[in-house]
Design a protein around this ligand. Sequence first.
Ligand code: FMN
Length: 158
Amino acid sequence: MDTSFDMFIETEVPENELIISRTNLSGVITYANETFARISGYDVDELVGKPHSVVRHPDMPKSVFKDLWDTLALGKNWQGVVKNRRSDNGYYWVHADISGVYKDGKLIEYKSLRSPVDRETKIKMQNHYDALRKTEEKNSRVVLYLTDEQLEAIAKVI
Ligand SMILES: Cc1cc2nc3c(=O)[nH]c(=O)nc-3n(C[C@H](O)[C@H](O)[C@H](O)COP(=O)(O)O)c2cc1C
């Protein structure tokens, strides 16, 4: 079996700040706040004009985003736990709340507010998404959580 091993650094989303973005109706970013830029590792200028999938993480199953867009198409809010990829290939977890922006009763954009996710939920959702991806994709990536002792052992040899 061909195996490779990588370590990625998680960026924690601060409790007292919100990551905010807006997109046009096709998911292209029209606004990003400073917190979004800092946490994702991009500049605000780099984010605006890019599809929101710029922060898509390969661990996220396709079906989650299908559900997101299907829900928005029905005019409803979508809430979910999302793992995003940083510009340096690290990652950050958010609880996302995505909804329509209306002007004179007409849907003009979508907006997303995001807040932190606790460690237990991250592990639960990682396992859930790993299982979902297995059913959706031929090649599966596996994510392992290490104990402190295992991490220390690895740290000694690298
Ligand atoms: C307001 C809004 C915010 C979104 N935020 C994210 C996000 O943080 N991360 C992400 O991967 N996709 C996000 N999406 C979904 C993306 O538009 C896209 O569907 C997803 O990244 C999957 O990429 P793909 O459609 O190219 O497969 C968001 C969509 C909207 C409308």
